[in-house]
Ligand binder design. Sequence first.
Ligand code: ATP
Length: 661
Amino acid sequence: MPARSIEQVRNLSKRRGFVFPGSAAYGGLGSFWDYGPLGAELLNNIKRAWWRDVVYRRDDVDGIDAAILMSRKVWQHSGHEATFSDPMVDCRNCRSRFRADHVASELDVARHAYVSSVEEMLHEVPNAIELEGRRLLTNRLLTAIQTNSIDALARIERARQRGDGFISVFGQLAALDPDVLESGRRYAEFIQDHFEVFRQAYFQLGLAVCPNCAARDWTLPRNFNLMFKTHVGPVEATDAEAELSARAYLRPETAQGIFMNFAHVQRSLARKVPFGIAQVGKAFRNEITPGNFIFRTREFEQMEIEFFIKPPQFVREGEKNDAQWHDEWINQRYEWWLGLGVDSARLRQREQAADELAHYSKRTVDLEYLFPEFGWGEVEGIANRTDYDLTAHSRDIPAEDLARLKLEPNTDSVEKFDYFDPDAKARYIPWVIEPSAGATRAMLAFLCEAYHEELTKDPPQPEIEAIKAEIPAVVKNAQKKQKDAEKETDPAQRKHDPAAIEAFCTALEEAASRLPQSLLEIDALLTEHPGAHNLEPVKKLQPKVNKLAEDCARVVLKLHPSLAPIKLAVFPLKKNKPELVDIARRIAQTYQPHFRTVYDDSAGIGRLYRRQDEIGTPWCVTVDFQTLEDNTVTVRERDSMQQQRINLEALRDYFFTRIHV
Ligand code: ATP
């Protein structure tokens, strides 16, 4: 089974050097992370696997590496300066800050359900009218309004009726006649258009509850732009005009760097549409609520492709149109994740609803991974961005195209990003399909997927029974400490944190009911859980559990070999036997130039295997006394734990056919 909690992955990451909190010596800096030796390898391997798939394996994609800082005008014309924002609210009681759409998610859910139910019904109109007439439709519409949709809005309305005296828009809402289809459509549009007003009302009327302190006293939601500002060249902080003219943003997506280079790549490589440009690089977003470890961070890495295609009117018979290219990329990207070991039970394609789409998107499908604890989360988005971006950055665009894309004329640009199509003998601005994945978010998904706790053999029953028998005593003692701590009114004087003890007891009892499978979980609870800290019976039980876990269980990262940070570990059976050490070192040196290979003799073989399992090393080689006799070594495979003897001469073939870097 993959990871049951993000905590398991976070602990392993810290313990074994995948991910460390950034600026730790100074208490950290809001959700910035450093990638340690193994994390850097894993991240590089993910990026390399992606690059290999979308650049090397194709004839129609080239890679670039654009600058992180670009002219501010890029972000003005892409729409980011005006619209790349999230709504933010503050709880006046505890001063916590949240993304409004996270706190009041029911409001978004309600809007979403309502708008989609109306859309669905609009599709059914002809049939419905023919078959059962208008009454049926009207009833369904009414039911949708009453059940799905407007629960949250109705609560606002009730609050208004109670005399809270809020906003005249609700008067308009009530005035709409929901009895006919058209009013349903108008209603949906109205909700869309006035959604920010609803959101404001929702908070102002105290309908949203603070997740931190349960108060209902909010500031009004305000839009917060997610781009980090910086300046190019020296600027006096007091000079507002100079600030604006020197202002630059850390890029919030790598895509714009690709659009800026469309013409360079097309001309320098004489590329014909369709072709794509790929890029991997850092992106920065001043997220209001980063979290879930490295899922949402303020600095992260993206892997993006802009795949330029013919606009629909130039597609000839037998050629793929934008919808077909889009589907093809969705499938290819989905397969990439599966090919690297993600189980299809935990990877899904989710169609973005009309009201979720970014301003540039005609259609977007998200690939979502089922993370432990917080559930489905986007790991990649595949959007049909049409000709929006290249048009937005071009001068001399005809008025009808500007109107179609809701763009203003661009008088700053000196380029027109159009392309002469030799087949069509015409110039056009290409459309674009964009598969956009997060490399750091992918790393979390791959780690969660790969993380397994397993028994390597059945632990002796009497020892398991002994552990089970001791757990009630641990819980009883813990509960007593919890009560003592609760009696102490000054939190600073408390020896224990009562909430942490309670959480510890619940988790321990639950895990105990799953022994022996949960042996490693119990070991981790006793060793690392903050509620276990300083409890006497824990100190007694922990070494026993730890010993049994070491003997009979393992944590293993079942990473795809091409992602594994270390591909091969080589050990001598005895570190004080120079003849074994020499051969082991030589084997390691042979492979070091080709893929990450380590030599280790710092513990017994069993422990060395376990250490490598925990970081996902797919193969270990052990040099023993038989090696001296017959030139064979033991090759142990991580997942099956099977060992086979292979001749030193045959090792090269064995690894080169299995390890792809
Ligand atoms: P979300 O809805 O999670 O904020 P998004 O839809 O804004 O994501 P995109 O703009 O489509 O994300 O970015 C493409 C990819 O970049 C995402 O699928 C994700 O993998 C990654 N990504 C976006 N924001 C972050 C972040 N703050 N931290 C880590 N990865 C991110």
